[in-house]
Design a protein around this ligand. Structure first.
Ligand code: FAD
Ligand code: DHB
Length: 390
């Protein structure tokens, strides 16, 4: 088989890239190891930056998000038993939208298939070849049979555990940091207890109140990185969440049936450069952020917007300058987002190594961020999303 751009992975990065290329008249084939049903039900992120929302609307895949997404004009930082609101609308004129990643994946798959696009599900990419040539190849296995996809360009959109980044490992410099905690996340049939997301920094650890719809809550609590999920009965989870979200004057955390439970490790990771030869890494295959800033999915969208423009210049005008600059263009934004995600994580979580002094500094930082217009604006402009370099 032959195509122009071979895309490994049908997560948000791979699917959005395939869509953006199609709009520019460029053919692609997406290879996805999992089934369509699996990727359409995988529960992950939920917050879309303003710029990403605009990109989806402008490129014709925003209708369901506009109908079912929940626009949020601010967030609450809860600490010392009190609420402090960061007002995105007043500080930046922008908002974010809460819309499940798996629904976005569904929308993108539907758009690609409706446009006659090819996504091969249960097609496991096993190796990449001739990346240093003008005709790189992807070997993949589907239903026990090995096939080969010949392309001009390969996009490695296969997430943190894919094969693309390892294929160029000797050429990469890795920057990483593991955090001494994880997040235990649940989905519950309970109406959201707050109209806006609540980021709570409690002496027992961080907790986050988010939502998916008017009847479904998404909640997270800081836990040990190697936490045993079996040690967390539903009752224990609710009791811990009730404690961490407590507030002066009382706060009612609505409880309900827990329909999904999982533990997310916390990691900062960047591989540089995000390209080698004709292979371009995008999304989680190139970088991971801790989820506190709600940035993983948004970074993936930013990468592929840059890559689609560069691939277009390559085909339309035979220019490789934008492709050559792909990694540098992305990394500028990636590192700013790394900084924000690391900062939010450091400010809001309890660290076992911290003493009373560090805790007081954290609380002073939270008090500063929520009382200074300059500091609040900085948080807000990062949260709603820095502009895309396209
Ligand atoms: P992925 O979504 O990981 O997609 C990669 C795709 O490639 C997958 O479908 C995978 O099956 C496929 N693949 C892998 N290897 C191969 C292969 N060899 N051949 C073919 N296909 C392959 N971010 C937030 O901002 N907030 C959150 O709350 C949040 N929660 C998360 C919870 C979890 C459990 C995880 C893992 C991530 C979470 N993230 C969160 C991060 C966010 O979901 C990711 O940043 C986002 O999914 C990145 O998109 P991607 O397309 O780059 O990668
Ligand atoms: C969600 C996840 C995040 O990491 C975050 O910072 C905000 C919201 C969510 O899943 O809704």
């Amino acid at each position: 088989m032959r195509t122009q751009v071979g895309i490994v992975g049908a997560g948000p990065a791979g699917l959005l890239l395939s869509h953006l290329l199609h709009l520019r008249g460029i053919a692609s084939i997406v290879l996805e190891a999992r089934s369509r049903d699996y990727v359409e039900h995988r529960i992950r992120a939920g917050v879309l930056e303003h710029v990403v929302e605009q990109l989806l609307i402008e490129t014709g895949v925003g209708a369901n998000m506009q109908a079912a997404g929940l626009p949020h004009e601010g967030i609450i930082l809860r600490f010392g038993g009190r609420d402090h609101r960061i007002d995105f609308r007043a500080l930046t004129g922008k908002h974010v939208t809460v819309y499940s990643q798996h629904l976005l994946v569904r929308d993108l798959i539907a758009a690609r298939l409706a446009a006659g696009g090819t996504i091969l599900f249960e097609a496991d990419a096993v190796s990449l070849h001739d990346i240093d040539t003008a005709q790189p190849r992807i070997r993949y296995r589907q239903a026990g049979i090995e096939h080969e996809l010949i392309c001009d360009v390969i996009a490695g959109c296969d997430g943190f555990h894919g094969i693309s980044r390892p294929a160029i490992e000797p050429h990469l410099r890795i920057f990483e940091r593991d955090y001494p905690f994880g997040w235990l996340g649940i989905l519950a049939d309970a109406p959201p207890s707050s109209a806006e997301l609540v980021y709570a920094s409690h002496d027992r650890g961080f907790a986050l109140l988010s939502m998916r719809s008017p009847t479904v809550s998404r909640l997270y609590l800081q836990c040990a990185p190697d936490e045993d999920l079996d040690a967390w009965s539903d009752d224990r989870i609710w009791a811990e969440l009730q404690t961490r979200f407590s507030r002066e004057g009382g706060f009612t955390l609505q409880e309900g049936r827990i329909t999904q439970k999982g533990i997310t490790p916390m990691r900062s990771f960047v591989a540089e450069p995000m390209q080698h030869g004709r292979l371009f890494l995008a999304g989680d295959s190139a970088h991971i952020v801790p989820p506190t800033g709600a940035k993983g999915l948004n970074l993936a969208a930013g990468d592929v917007a840059v890559l689609a423009r560069a691939v277009e210049a390559f085909y339309r005008r035979g220019q490789t300058a934008l492709l050559d600059a792909y990694s540098a263009t992305c990394l500028d934004r990636v590192w700013k987002v790394q900084r924000f995600s690391w900062w939010m994580t450091s400010m809001l979580h309890r660290f076992a190594a911290h003493g009373d002094f560090e805790r007081r500094v954290q609380l002073a930082e939270l008090a500063y961020v929520t009382s200074s217009a300059a500091a609040a604006t900085s948080l807000a402009e990062n949260y709603v999303g820095l502009k895309l370099p396209v």
